[in-house]
Write a protein that binds this ligand. Structure first.
Ligand SMILES: Cc1ncc(COP(=O)(O)O)c(C=O)c1O
Length: 455
């Protein structure tokens, strides 16, 4: 987005704020001014200066980590609601924003084909997975939790926090949970829950959910899906066959985590946990002698582990859904299609260039490649040098340590010892990336040649 548009967007807050104040005009005037008000402009200018020290996350030349700018409507709605500062724990603190949260979460449940559900927003994927696995542990006490070795690192740690025995399941060369290994663990017994990941953090791999559901079902295990990053891609019309089959079976899992603060255009922190069976609400049951007085309706604090939660997150998500509903065939889905196209196109350009070795084609919008060196050590050093050279050209990439066995399987010609190989990684999660792919590829080429010449 250009800077003029951005300035015009900032101006939209004023009239909306006036409209908000109209709702409270009947109150007697309160003449107090916040302490230090006169110095706010100076402090704000200082804040703006401090924030210069950042990578340009919102710009298409930021093509590194899983970071995506929130949509302007989300930022504005969040800022607007901060005058209220609603607390979505109880309806007492969030008369408007609690119902908005329920509506926004129902939109996400509908995306998975769930006519009924139990769910709420929370601070992000880690907290959302913690809740899902807490419920899973309560429903399968003493049983083992399985997740792929490529699953997000927090699953192992969450299971420690919850005291649930955890076992990683080996992944294949494409970063998917190995089904033979899963079956062997299920047959060994005592498995309570299998975590499938639809969109792994490192590679964007998609676990084969249809087969996982079948295997887990045969052994009476629950299936939880960590779709914190990948969850929205079910709306895309451009998924490959295997990924499509996985996303289509989200309807049948026990619980899902999806992060609106990743692909859902929201500011941090906005994660969401959803259970297919609303009856799991009984596990959350507790009494709070201080709250829950203003309404007999369910308060969101009665179905969430956290107590206070920002109602502004719900307001922002609700506003975003009003503008860009998360439905098949809409503008929002078209944006996801463009991210998939951008990743596939950049992968194609790099794969056709003999300066690089590319990992298998991206399933979602994460791609991995490395400079064409003779051995693993030199590849790692050169990847780092390209990463640094690209950053000097304002192109921001990411790095990934690929285990030696996986790199060997991808690139049989590469001499590798036991050490992981550092490769380049890019998450093309902005729809605009599609228009910038050629420029990004050209800058990668310049950075490559510069790093090669300097070596
Ligand atoms: C698949 C997956 N699960 C969980 C998480 C953790 O989410 P958060 O950083 O919002 O806590 C991430 C973060 O990248 C992720 O990619």
């Amino acid at each position: 987005m250009n800077r003029r548009d951005e300035r015009e967007i900032q101006q939209l807050l004023g009239p909306a704020f006036e409209r908000l104040l109209e709702g409270f005009e009947q109150l007697p005037a309160d003449e107090t001014t916040p302490p230090g008000s006169a110095r706010i402009p100076a402090v704000l200018a200082e804040v703006a200066e401090r924030l210069h020290d950042n990578y340009p996350y919102a710009h298409p030349l930021y093509a590194g980590q899983m970071l995506k700018p929130p949509h302007p409507v989300a930022r504005l709605a969040y800022a607007l609601s901060m005058w209220i500062n609603p607390n979505n724990h109880a309806l007492d603190g969030s008369r408007a924003s609690s119902p908005m949260e329920r509506e926004a979460v129902a939109d996400l449940a509908a995306m998975f084909g769930w006519p009924q559900h139990l769910g709420h927003l929370c601070s992000g994927g880690t907290m959302a997975n913690l809740e899902a696995l807490w419920v899973a542990g309560r429903l399968r006490p003493g049983k083992i939790l399985l997740a792929s070795e490529d699953a997000h690192y927090t699953h192992g740690r969450i299971s420690e926090v919850l005291g649930i025995p955890f076992e990683p399941v080996p992944a294949d060369d494409l970063g998917r949970m190995r089904l033979d290994a899963l079956e062997a663990k299920l047959e060994a017994g005592h498995v309570g829950t299998v975590v499938a990941t639809l969109g792994t953090t490192g590679y964007g791999s998609v676990d084969r959910l249809p087969q996982i559901l079948e295997l887990a079902g045969r052994h009476g295990a629950r299936v939880h899906v960590d779709a914190a990053y990948g969850g929205y891609f079910g709306l895309s019309s451009r998924l490959g066959e295997e990924a499509r089959a996985a996303f289509d079976r989200l309807t049948d899992v026990d619980s899902v985590v999806i992060d609106p603060h990743k692909h859902g255009l929201q500011p941090y922190g906005c994660g969401c946990v959803l259970f297919r069976d609303p009856a799991v609400g009984r596990i959350y049951r507790h009494d709070s002698p201080y709250t829950y007085f203003t309404s007999d309706d369910l308060h969101l604090g009665e179905i969430s582990l956290e107590c206070s939660r920002p109602g502004s997150s719900a307001v922002a998500l609700w506003a975003t859904h009003r503008l860009l509903p998360p439905t098949h065939g809409g503008e929002f889905a078209a944006g996801l299609d463009r991210c998939l196209q951008a990743a596939a196109r950049l992968h194609g350009i790099l794969a056709a260039d003999d300066r690089y070795r590319t990992a298998p084609a991206p399933v979602l919008d994460i791609l991995i490649w490395a400079p064409h060196c003779n051995d693993g050590e030199r590849t790692s050093i050169r990847s780092q040098a390209i990463f640094d050279a690209a950053a000097r050209k304002d192109l921001h990439l990411a790095l990934l340590k690929v285990p030696a066995a996986r790199a060997r399987a991808w690139w049989p010609g590469l001499e590798i010892g036991d050490a992981p190989v550092t490769c380049l990684r890019s998450v093309l999660m902005k729809p605009e990336h599609l228009d910038w792919v050629d420029r990004i590829a050209a800058l990668i080429g310049e950075a490559h040649d510069e790093a090669e010449a300097a070596s």
